[in-house]
Design a protein around this ligand. Structure first.
Ligand code: HEM
Length: 131
């Protein structure tokens, strides 16, 4: 899959964390029908798990990372990512006014969109897709 053999990078670690976090998030969505308490706990863990990787992304961007092509995807990813985090903070800090179905549905869309844009960014960065 990779063009050359190479050592693991922080981007790989960050990707792994994001995949685990997204899977946990999906599980939290699934478990909602069975237990609301478990839903809240698991979604919270998924959110906190993602944070170290997001710090790395901010660091990477702060160092001036741009994409060789499709760079507007990075801008869109950052915008959706900031909205995802902002909405997530409202939930994990129990802002009850915001903890309603329509905003939770919005969070599912935001997180999913940000995640798949992130996967695309990773693939562009490591030459797994090209124009
Ligand atoms: C919940 C929110 C977010 C999710 C699920 C997410 C997901 C991802 C994923 C899966 C990757 C590819 C793995 C990697 O290279 O690290 C990535 C990369 C990246 N993301 Fe995010 N992201 C989020 C928030 C953000 C935010 C808020 C920013 C900046 C404001 C951001 C900027 C970046 C950058 C610059 C990269 C490339 C990092 C690199 O490998 O050098 N992301 N993101």
């Amino acid at each position: 899959m990779f063009p050359d053999s190479r050592s693991l990078t922080l981007s790989d670690l960050s990707l792994l964390i994001q995949i685990l976090s997204f899977l946990l998030f999906l599980y939290a969505v699934y478990i909602k029908r069975k237990s609301m308490a478990k839903h809240g706990k698991i979604a919270g863990v998924a959110f906190y798990l993602a944070l170290p990787s997001i710090l790395y992304m901010l660091y990477s961007r702060g160092r001036g990372l741009t994409l060789p092509y499709y760079n507007s995807l990075l801008g869109l990813h950052m915008l959706l990512g900031i909205l995802t985090i902002f909405t997530g903070i409202l939930f994990v800090t129990n802002r009850w006014k915001w903890k309603v179905k329509k905003y939770m549905d919005l969070e599912i869309i935001l997180w999913t969109g940000t995640f798949f844009l992130g996967i695309t960014i990773y693939m562009v960065l490591f030459g797994l897709i090209s124009p």
